[in-house]
Structure formats: C-alpha cells, structure tokens
Ligand binder design. Structure first.
Ligand code: 1YM
Length: 656
C-alpha cells in the first residue's frame, strides 16, 4: 500500500508542488478504493462512517467528551459530532497548512503533529479521515476549540473548497464532520440505519459512560446507546433468546500494562460457541492471543475445579466440551507500541503478552466464582460431561457425513434430483425449488448442460442451534448435503462442492420468504464458507407480466410496482396483466426466461456484512425462546428478509 510520509511528500518551500503530491495521494484512494475500505459495496460505504467515528471515539477514550452524535441527513450526508477538544487548527510549520486540513488530505498524517496520546486505532489501516474525504462528494468540518469556531470544507474527492476560516467566538468545544459519499465511486450511497445503530450499540458496550445518539432525518427514527455495565450488558443482550445456565459472570484486571475485561455466560441446548474479542475497542474477528489466552485459561480452570471437587470420572474435559453453548466477550486494552494487529484485515491480535495475561486472569478469578456458586459449578461440569458424550456421538455422525464427500454419481443420490449433465463444477448451478410442481416446471425449463433441480417438499427443518448429527437425520437436509457433495459442519469443504452457485428459488410470498430464511439458516450454520465465498443466491421471479392484448408476444416482465407502472405506459392502451403469485403460475419457458436463464434473469447474491449482527438477530428470530422474537416483531412490524441477510443486487455476467 502506498503510504505517504508527510515529511517526504511536502518539501519545505515548494508549497504548490507539494499540495499536488498530497492530492495524488487522494487520487490513489479514489483509483483503488478497495485497498482502503475493502469494497465499494455497503460494507465499504459504511467504512467512511467508521473512520470518522473512530476519531471521535478515540477522543472520548482519551477522556475528552462524553457524547457522540450521528445524524443521517435527508440529502444522503452524515454528520458526526463529538464534545472533545476540537481538531487542532494550528499551522503545520513545515508546510504552512492547518493541521485539520492535513488530517483530511494526507494519508497517515494521524500521529505526525499531535502532542500527546493520540493513537491510530480503528479503521482498516488507520488512514482515517483522508480516506473518507477522498471518497466523498463534499466534506465540511466544524471545529470549536479554545473559544473560537472554525470551518473548512472540501469537494470532489478531497479538493479544498473553502480554506479554514474563523467563524466566530464560542463556548463550545468539539468537532463535527459532515460528509456526503461520492456517487461516482459507490453504486449505492444510502447508509443503513440498522448497520450504524448496531455499530454504535457495540461501541457503547465497550465505552462505558459515553452516550451515543443516532438520528435519521429521513424517517424520524432516533436511538440512544448508553451503557454503565459494559460487557456484562453486552453478554446479556447476546444471550437474549437463549436458555441461560446461570448468570453473566464478569471480571477484569490488569497485567503488564494490559487492561482486560471479560464477561461470559453459558446457555443450555445451544451447541455453538460465540466468543467476541476486541483489542483497544476494535473488533478482532479472527481472534488472536487474547482469545487464545481466554480459552486456555478457561480449560485449565474448569478441569482443575472439577478435579478438586472430585467430579471428573474419566479423562479431562476438552476445551470444546467446555465452550459448547458459551457466549463470551473478551476485551483488552493494549498500550501503544504493544498493539500488534495481524492479517489482511487487521482482525487478529498478535501481542504475545496478551496470552499469558488473559489466561492468568481467568484462572485467578473464575475459580472464586465457582466456589461461591457451587450449585452452578456442579451443573456446568455436568453440562461439559454431556458435551463430551455428544462429541463422541457426533464424531460417529461426522464420519457418516464424511462418506458423502466422495463424488458419487448423482443419479444414486436422490431420485428427486435432476442432475446437470456437465461436470464443470464451477459452472454448475443447483436450484433448490419450493414444491414439486414448480420443481417439475423448472426441470423442463432449465439448461440441463449445467443446471440441476432439487425440489423441496414443505417447510424445511429449523436447524438453528442443532448439532450436525440431528440435521443429518432430516431427510431433506441429508439429501441436500449429499447433493452438494462437500460434507457439512466441521467437515464441510467448499472445494468439493458440485456446484458453483446454489440458488434458492421460492414463491415471492411470505411462505417463500420463510423457506429462504430456513435454508439460509442452514447454509450459514453448516456450510458457512459457501456464503462467505458468495456462492449462495436467491432467485428473483417476476411479480407481473404486462402484455399487449392484440399481440401477446409484446410483453414486459416486472419485478416491482414501479416497473409495473412503467410497463403499462410502455405497452399503451389495450394491455393485459398477469400477476404471478407463485412459480407454478409460469410455464417452463417463462420461468426459464425470467428466473433461470443466466442471460436474462436477476439473482440476489447473499452477502453477510456484519456476522455479529446476524448472529444476534438469528438468535432472536430463529432461537428457542419466543419472547425476544415477539418483542422484535412488535418493534419491526414487517418481516423483511433483507434485514437478516443483507443481499446485494448482483448483476449476472462475469462471475462464472
Ligand atoms: C467527528 C470526528 O475527529 N475529533 C477529534 C480528532 C482529533 C482531536 C480531537 C485532537 C487530538 C489531539 C489533540 C491529539 C484529532 N487529532 C488528530 C491529530 N471527531 C474528531 N477530536 N487535539 C485534538 O491527539 O493530540 C487527528 S484526529 F492528528 F492532530 F492528532
């Protein structure tokens, strides 16, 4: 990645030339936005917010300001305001440029001229405000600092619009950044209230005592996130909808300058382990030394406690036996200089000292809790023992699943499957079709060289929280696993998939949406790499066909009310309308043309932007406990699939 070192880029005298160099840094971001924000999809778009938000959060972490407000405006811009010291406005001696301007125009300018403890923490690469500026149509910065109010603005990807000027006296202190994303960079510039709300909620758990206020001027929605009990409350929220075993346990400590906070809770009848870790308030999605330390400490502690209480009959408990049904949040604050984030997306903590530190903390604090809550401790050990037995049984089930990974001739797999003739697995597509009748139509309409059809009868099983052994007992899912041919659960390997695309095709009604949700729940929990690699799709059958009564060969398919309106106008007088309530109402040729043929169909690719938010919501929507689900339905009224699985409209073409 090209990093611009300010001192090299800006020679002392040559002011004009140097500003051009700086601009070319912004150009670099505009040319290859993916390198800085991951993608120009929704995830990348929201990065623009996170970069500015992280600066405001850093200021609050350092003890300046207790309130951060975020406002989504009508014109598509967003403002973020803090009550910190205000960004520095003094002139950088070498360049003659105000600090605030450099912060927004020079990559990696972050720590160059700051006085004290500013740390470049959040963000993909810590390039912060410059990236947001480079990818915005316009940016305005208001600074209230030392009794004066200032303003500076940029336009067209970071070009200076209005130079910094003093605009009056004030008692306020803080910073407000308003920006509007550049529509020539992002195909979709609309921010998601839900995504932002979730991020602010997450931050509020980590930053006890800071108030986050979100408002959306488009809808009038407003929400506040404020939390006094930190991680404890976080785990409480995460386990909502589960059947908890005991209370939330939390403890904290400090070792070798590393501040640590841990909260955890077990649930009954839940087979997943959900550990969320953070380093300096940034999510470490790939774990790292702090997470390893937590796991090793937990395993040692529970084995020792069980041993000391004469509870272990056979061999020691394995870590995975202990972590079954566990929800935990581990947060460490590592001093600057020790904070090593690894990996492409900086999602893994590498700091060696964090491992023994967290491990020791768990071994020090958890036994106290168990001694004081003996009943709970006994029950927990019993649960772990049960997990061990289940693990033995699951191993046997997995071995059975493993047998399905062989490339069996597909005819043997299921008499319901209409297999593809070609053996180019990357090109092959599997349509999972709601109902036998639509399945029959699809079989006729497909391109048999590379399209296979698997009809589904009725509603699939809700697999949320089930162990793989149970799922494999279900005929429909066993057939699906066999058909895909790549195993399931821990044994799943996408390389073995017989299909490059798995396409869910249901009626465009609520039953269809339910089936989609159940299938996606299965894919997410047992074939997650398929989702991660963008191999799962949802077919989009049209809702209407508008045709000329005098010449029905003149017709237009419509996927929305707007398209219907336009089609009516286009066909003109003497039109007729077919309304498709289900796949079954189309004939084979129509179904092929509108929904299956790669040249003419529309597909939605299933993309998960925020796995944490998804897990949480899936717990609410698919979990055992119906109360949180009721709450959710009350609050959200309509059931919208897009909320659970964020889908990006994906044009067909080069993604073979
Ligand atoms: C809505 C976004 O960016 N607030 C903000 C940023 C800074 C400061 C205060 C700040 C830091 C320091 C001194 C310091 C930044 N400063 C820098 C740089 N809100 C928002 N609030 N005075 C003010 O760390 O020494 C970068 S961001 F580079 F100057 F340190």
């Amino acid at each position: 990645m090209p990093e611009l070192e300010l001192d090299k880029v800006l020679p002392e005298e040559d002011y004009d030339a140097s500003s051009i160099e700086v601009l070319s840094g912004l150009e670099g971001v505009r040319k290859r936005p993916g390198m800085y924000i991951g993608s120009t999809g929704p995830s990348g778009l929201h990065h623009l917010v996170w970069e500015i938000l992280d600066n405001a959060v850093d200021e609050a972490v350092n003890g300046y300001g207790k309130k951060i407000s975020l406002t989504m405006h009508r014109d598509g811009s967003v403002s973020i305001e803090d009550e910190g010291r205000g960004m520095p406005v003094d002139i950088h001696p070498k360049t003659g440029i105000p600090a605030v301007q450099l912060i927004f125009t020079a990559l990696h300018s972050g720590g160059k001229f700051n006085s004290a403890a500013y740390k470049v923490s959040g963000g993909l690469h810590g390039v912060g405000a410059t990236v947001t500026n480079a990818l915005s149509e316009r940016v305005k910065v208001n600074v209230w600092r030392k009794g004066k109010a200032y303003e500076i603005s940029f336009k067209d990807g970071g070009k200076l619009d209005q130079p910094l000027r003093e605009v009056g006296d004030t008692w306020k202190h803080g910073t407000m950044v308003t920006f509007k994303p550049d529509a020539t960079i992002f195909p979709n510039t609309r921010f998601s209230y839900e995504t932002i709300a979730h991020r602010l909620e997450e931050k509020s758990y980590l930053l006890t005592g800071v108030r986050f206020i979100l408002s959306d001027e488009n809808t009038g929605q407003k929400k506040e996130f404020y939390c006094e009990n930190g991680l404890r409350e976080y785990v409480l929220t995460l386990t909502k909808g589960k059947a908890p075993l005991g209370e939330v346990i939390d403890f904290s400590g400090e070792k070798e300058g590393i501040r640590m906070e841990v909260a955890l809770r077990w649930s009954q009848g839940d087979y997943q382990e959900s550990i969320y870790s953070y380093a300096n308030d940034v999510r470490t999605g790939d774990g790292g030394t702090h997470e390893s330390g937590f796991k090793s400490g937990l395993t040692k502690c529970l084995n020792e406690w069980a041993q000391a209480n004469g509870l272990l009959k056979g061999q020691a408990l394995e870590g995975s036996d202990i972590r079954e049904g566990l929800t935990a949040v581990v947060s460490v604050k590592v001093p600057e200089g020790m904070n090593e984030l690894e990996g492409q997306t900086k999602g893994k903590l590498g700091t060696p000292a964090a491992l023994p530190a967290v491990s020791a903390l768990v071994q020090e604090k958890l036994p106290y809790f168990l001694d004081e809550h003996r009943e709970f401790g006994l029950e927990l050990v019993r649960k772990c023992e049960a997990s061990r037995h289940a693990r033995e049984a699951a191993r046997k089930a997995r071995e059975a699943v493993r047998g399905t990974r062989k490339r069996t001739p597909e005819a043997i797999i299921s008499d319901k499957l209409a297999a593809a003739q070609g053996k180019d697995y990357r090109r092959n597509e599997l349509f999972i079709v709601e109902g036998d009748s639509a399945g029959g139509t699809a079989k006729t309409g497909r391109d048999r060289s590379h399209q296979a059809i698997l009809p589904l009868r009725g509603k699939p099983l809700n697999t949320y929280g089930l162990p793989i052994g149970k799922v494999m007992e279900n005929v429909e899912f066993a057939t699906l696993v066999q058909t895909i041919g790549a195993g399931a659960g821990e044994e799943f390997d996408p390389k073995d998939s017989h299909y490059g695309k798995i396409i869910i095709m249901t009626d465009a009604d609520t039953d269809g949406a339910h089936i989609q949700t159940l299938l996606l729940t299965f894919f997410w929990n047992f074939m997650r790499p398929l989702v991660d690699q963008g191999m799962v799709y949802v077919a989009q059958p049209p809702l209407y066909r508008v045709y000329k009564k005098s010449d029905p060969s003149r017709h237009v398919y419509c996927w929305s009310e707007e398209e219907l309106e336009a089609a009516r106008k286009k066909i003109g007088a003497g039109y007729g309308i077919n309304r498709y309530k289900g796949l079954g109402e189309m004939n084979a040729q129509q179904l092929a043309e509108t929904t299956m043929n790669p040249g003419t169909r529309q597909l939605l690719r299933v993309v998960v932007e925020d796995p944490l938010a998804l897990e949480k919501k899936m717990g609410v929507l698919m979990g055992k406990d119906s109360l949180p689900r009721w709450d959710w339905i009350q609050e959200n009224v309509t059931f919208v699939l897009e909320d659970e699985f964020q889908e990006i409209l994906k044009g067909e073409g080069n993604n073979g």
